[in-house]
Ligand binder design. Structure first.
Ligand code: MYA
Length: 162
């Protein structure tokens, strides 16, 4: 009978990163609003995939500081487009929830403007643009300094009974 070999895999965690907000931003407790629905992006705050922290500004707009770790790699040294889209899906959907709309995302249109380097802290900003009937439109962008990495338009649809 073939012997089974046990392999020891060592996972080394990247060092802590500063996800602090801007002056005037208030930390936003997303799990208390939507439970564990955000685990895909926000579930491992010290891991090597994403690290995320949410805030609201004085006008109640939702912002996020996001770190794209080595496990989000797509093009060498840069974030995978799906990783960028996942962040947009979570952050813009959450922006609608935070504005009082219980929704799921019906359509997400992401424009990738620049390659996003790994292990960089970037900011997501969001705006609820309109709410008509069950349709809530949220726009957002991921940027750092003058560089915009992605922009997105997110059509959210309210869920009856929520
Ligand atoms: C459940 C609890 C969840 C808790 C979640 C915590 C969230 C955490 C934060 C969030 C983070 C994570 C976020 C996520 O990852 S959410 C996960 C990803 N999203 C999904 O899985 C959603 C899957 N889709 C659906 O469930 C249904 O299709 C929905 C509910 C969206 C609509 O099906 P429903 O049968 O209910 O409604 P309807 O078909 O009569 O449409 C109604 C109106 O909307 C218009 N329309 C619909 N779709 C589209 C489209 N694609 N483009 C353009 N328009 C569209 C439609 O024309 C109509 O308009 P009108 O004819 O009236 O003018």
């Amino acid at each position: 009978m073939p012997k089974t070999k046990t392999e020891r895999v060592t996972i080394s965690l990247c060092p802590p990163v500063d996800l602090g907000g801007e002056p005037g931003w208030i930390p936003f407790d997303a799990p208390s609003l939507v439970g564990e629905s955000l685990r895909f992006v926000s579930g491992e705050p010290d891991g090597n995939r994403f690290r995320a922290r949410y805030y609201r500004d004085a006008e109640q707009h939702l912002h996020a500081r996001i770190w794209f770790g080595p496990e989000t790699e797509g093009p060498p040294g840069h974030a995978h487009g799906g990783a960028v889209a996942a962040v947009m899906d979570e952050a813009l959907g959450l922006a609608a929830w935070a504005a009082g709309y219980p929704i799921v995302v019906g359509n997400l249109n992401v424009s990738f403007r620049n390659m996003l380097p790994l292990q960089k802290v970037v900011t997501v900003e969001s705006r609820v643009i309109s709410a008509e009937g069950r349709k809530v439109m949220v726009h957002g962008r991921i940027f750092s300094g003058e560089t915009v990495y992605a922009e997105a338009e997110c059509l959210c649809i309210t869920i009856p009974g929520k």
